[in-house]
Design a protein around this ligand. Structure first.
Ligand SMILES: *[C@@H]1O[C@H](CO)[C@@H](O)[C@H](O)[C@H]1NC(C)=O
Ligand SMILES: *[C@@H]1O[C@H](CO)[C@@H](O)[C@H](O)[C@H]1NC(C)=O
Ligand SMILES: *[C@@H]1O[C@H](CO)[C@@H](O)[C@H](O)[C@H]1NC(C)=O
Ligand SMILES: *[C@@H]1O[C@H](CO)[C@@H](O)[C@H](O)[C@H]1NC(C)=O
Length: 299
């Protein structure tokens, strides 16, 4: 008797614990956040579909504390956003840097996305075949001036062995592809087509002599003409701007989980009590079950 009572109680307790620990994982659509991991997320960016501007929401999402930018060629991590200059730094997990070089995939910036390459950004193609179209002498794809210094710098990195090249190998397989609009590719770095094994992107040279100190990542500019008066009104009332996923009309998400088409004034200010309510419901159901089961096991 007491053993079965004990096991029943234990079972119910486990069940409750399981259920309540699972609650925070239940996705709540209408919840937009103003940070993703350590990155402040402001309009037109958003942390989930329905947050921010629809033109950005298609490409940007917060996935387990990491702000991600997805294009046709892959998913990149946004490591910083500089709002005053409309600049985003994205890194590709497969691109090379001085400490680690590896075979990369291609890089494509969707034409319809609100991002363009920043001018200070340079792409470097690494480990290319000497028959690569980038070395076509009738075209000027590779920067052979300051570019060769960048290539020498990168080929002096220990990481270059990751591409099967010895350190300080001749730079004839490296190309600084200044602004990749050549080859009719439009912001697309198609490595198989270019016959290169890897790429890297440098957006800041800092202490130019030491490639370990260069800043690797793709620097992108975003179109900031989306910030509307409706959004300013919403933010001014403590809300976060988003949109209705059905018709993409403007929506303002308030801290209590409510949404409006205008602002959050008069909408209540507390954060959503939804998960608290769910725990309470589960406890009630649990208590109810216990009160039913206890008399049963006792007789
Ligand atoms: C809620 O999220 C699900 C999946 O994440 C999605 O399919 C659905 O359209 C969203 N609903 C709203 C109202 O945004
Ligand atoms: C270099 O690339 C590797 C592999 O993508 C990454 O783990 C590492 O953080 C990068 N290092 C720097 C300094 O960017
Ligand atoms: C920015 O977006 C607006 C539409 O919101 C568009 O009219 C404008 O041409 C875009 N600017 C650039 C530089 O893409
Ligand atoms: C706004 O809230 C209503 C009621 O909770 C919900 O049906 C609707 O889907 C929400 N709209 C958005 C854009 O999330």
């Amino acid at each position: 008797m007491s053993l079965s009572l004990f096991t029943t109680t234990l079972f119910l307790l486990l069940l409750l614990q399981e259920a309540s620990s699972a609650i925070p994982i239940i996705p709540v659509n209408a919840t937009c956040h103003n940070t993703c991991g350590t990155i402040p997320v402001k309009y037109p960016f958003g942390t989930a579909f329905g947050c921010g501007h629809p033109a950005f929401s298609r490409y940007i999402k917060c996935n387990f504390g990491s702000l991600q930018y997805t294009t046709r060629s892959g998913t990149y991590t946004i490591t910083s956003i500089d709002y005053p200059t409309n600049t985003v730094i994205a890194t590709d997990p497969f691109m090379s840097n001085c400490s680690e070089m590896q075979n990369s995939g291609s890089f494509t910036l969707d034409k319809t996305s609100p991002f363009t390459l920043a001018k200070e950004n340079i792409f470097v193609l690494l480990g290319c075949s000497t028959t690569s179209p980038v070395f076509d002498s009738t075209q000027d794809f590779c920067d052979t001036g300051s570019g060769s210094r960048v290539c020498r710098g990168l080929y002096s990195c220990k990481g270059v062995t990751g591409l099967g090249l010895p350190q300080n190998a001749p730079t004839s397989t490296c190309c600084v592809y200044d602004y990749p609009t050549g080859l009719g590719l439009d912001y697309s770095l198609d490595l198989p087509k270019l016959q290169c094994s890897s790429y890297t992107s440098v957006y800041e040279f800092g202490d130019e002599g030491d490639p370990m100190k260069w800043k690797f990542g793709v620097s992108l500019l975003y179109n900031d003409s989306y910030y509307s008066d409706s959004c300013k009104d919403c933010e001014g009332s403590g809300g976060l701007c988003g949109f209705d996923s059905m018709d993409e009309s403007f929506a303002c998400f308030c801290r209590n989980g409510a949404n409006t088409t205008t602002n959050c004034f008069g909408q209540g200010y507390a954060w959503s009590g939804t998960s608290g309510l769910k725990i309470q419901t589960l406890l009630t159901i649990g208590g109810l079950l216990l009160s039913w089961i206890l008399p049963l096991v006792q007789c």
